[in-house]
Design a protein around this ligand. Structure first.
Ligand code: ZN
Length: 178
């Protein structure tokens, strides 16, 4: 059943990670969501940068350190300016950086919501390609179900019986061949 069409999609997150933490405002373990705002503090040559989270229950804020005591000269100028103007691309890069959350003992609640955008690019060969620039962890059967508009169980079957097979998965791209 080769009813597939070559296509390329980009996985675009529509939110950044929510985290679970003990909120000092309401005194319980709650979900904090990113305000998608950064705070930059410059003390002489030393720069600190935080991503600001807010408790969904009591609105108490929590500053997640993303750059600590970094010498201004070591910070790329374009990045510094992007941080100062709260550039959303950089906010998303940090807000979806798993390593950053691990470093700060912040527990990630779940994978963020996303949309699939058909890039309209021609893919080489018989393949459905997903570009994943923010390294989201999405189950293959979920991706296939969404792009082919079939059920999760049908998608699982298609993958299990090799009608579609995964080639060269990496954290920023996955390609299914048919
Ligand atoms: Zn709270």
């Amino acid at each position: 059943m080769n009813c597939f069409e070559a296509a390329e999609y980009e996985i675009i997150p529509t939110e950044t990670y929510k985290i679970l933490r003990n909120c000092s405002g309401c005194g319980s373990k709650t979900v904090c969501r990113s305000t998608n705002k950064v705070r930059v503090n410059a003390n002489g040559k030393q720069i600190d940068v935080w991503l600001i989270y807010q408790c969904t229950k009591c609105k108490h804020t929590y500053n997640l350190p993303i750059r600590s005591h970094i010498n201004k000269n070591r910070l790329n100028k374009a990045e510094y300016e992007a941080l100062l103007r709260n550039d959303q691309e950089i906010v998303y890069q940090y807000g979806l950086d798993r390593v950053l959350f691990q470093k700060n003992d912040a527990e990630i609640l779940e994978e963020p919501a996303y949309v699939l955008r058909d890039t309209g690019e021609d893919t080489e060969g018989d393949a459905i390609r997903f570009r994943n620039p923010y390294h989201l962890r999405i189950r293959y059967d979920k991706l296939i179900a969404e792009c082919l508009k079939i059920s999760r169980s049908e998608a699982k079957r298609v993958l299990e019986n090799g009608v579609l097979s995964v080639e060269q998965p990496s954290d920023n791209e996955v390609i299914f061949q048919y």
